[in-house]
Design a protein around this ligand. Structure first.
Ligand SMILES: Cc1cc2nc3c(=O)[nH]c(=O)nc-3n(C[C@H](O)[C@H](O)[C@H](O)COP(=O)(O)O)c2cc1C
Length: 271
């Protein structure tokens, strides 16, 4: 129990490109690094890529409803679902496909909603995961905002808290374009060549990563303060299950306070 209590916030980065080392991953790594810098040892990051994974489409059989969320399709769904469910915060970084979410990721998300609804017994509504969204495509005005909005809507319906980056680079998330480049390193090359648009995208991904980390820390701290009230509400079970125990937190703060006092220089008047 004590080890669990000291568990850092877990931030899962999901790269929604079938390319293992493409532009989405490049931006996701930037965001995760910024989050790690902001969160320090209070936050742990993991990058999961859908590249090489299989997510079959939902067949609408509703079997998951009678099997506590377990889907009968055999593929990589459960692996990502379990990571998703354990995360306190999630950053999606996806390429725009036909003005929207790539099909592989959409297949995962379709099944996730129904699976978790049954898995949690209908109380997904207040799970309070923090979300950030990064999108990029080859062209300008070519679906970045639609894709971001679709993922923000997904975050909301899953009881999450979507955040963006800092103004004015990131309005509803970080977004960019490869200036018509179709290479997996197009964005990186543009950044290195000093391209202004690409640099704005990187700044947006950086501030988005930082804000996801900060919001996740705020949500955890708030949950610890309000634990009793939230327990009485009954709908926050999933969130509360991810919280370190309040008693342990109070003990940690007291230990840290005493240690800080011990480090203070002796009062010269006190001898
Ligand atoms: C099937 C497919 C559909 C695409 N549709 C769009 C689109 O609607 N808008 C756009 O700007 N780029 C589109 N693109 C381009 C990709 O979004 C772009 O190449 C992106 O940089 C790829 O990111 P990645 O390297 O992370 O895979 C599409 C690419 C593919 C393969």
């Amino acid at each position: 129990m004590e080890q669990e209590d000291r568990q850092p916030i877990s931030l899962l980065g999901i790269c929604g490109s079938p390319r293992p080392k493409g532009n989405s991953r490049y931006l996701l790594q930037i965001a995760l690094q910024a989050a790690a810098d902001a969160g320090g040892d209070r936050l742990r990051t993991e990058l999961y890529t859908i590249a090489g994974k299989e997510f079959k489409p939902c067949t609408s059989c509703y079997t998951c409803g009678s099997r506590e969320g377990e889907c009968f399709l055999e593929d990589d769904f459960r692996e990502l679902r379990d990571k998703w469910a354990a995360a306190d915060a999630i950053i999606y970084s996806v390429p725009v496909y036909h003005l929207g979410i790539p099909g592989q990721l959409k297949c995962f998300i379709d099944r996730l909603g129904n699976s978790l609804w049954s898995y949690y017994g209908g109380v997904v509504a207040k799970s309070l995961r923090v979300f950030g969204v990064i999108t990029q495509g080859a062209h300008l005005f070519a679906g970045q905002e639609h894709t971001t909005t679709a993922l923000i809507n997904h975050a909301l319906v899953m009881g999450g808290i979507p955040v963006t980056g800092d103004p004015w680079e990131a309005y509803i998330g970080a977004a960019g374009w490869t200036a018509c480049g179709d290479r997996k390193d197009s964005l990186r090359q543009l950044v290195e060549a000093g391209d202004r648009d690409a640099q704005v995208t990187v700044r947006a991904a950086t501030s988005l990563g930082r804000r996801v980390a900060q919001m996740a820390l705020l949500v955890r701290a708030g949950g610890q303060v309000l634990r009793a009230e939230l327990e009485a509400d009954g709908g926050y079970t999933i969130f509360l299950d991810r919280l370190p125990s309040t008693a342990e937190k109070v003990r940690q703060v007291e230990v840290e306070r005493r240690m800080a006092e011990d480090r203070l220089p002796m009062d010269p008047r006190g001898g």
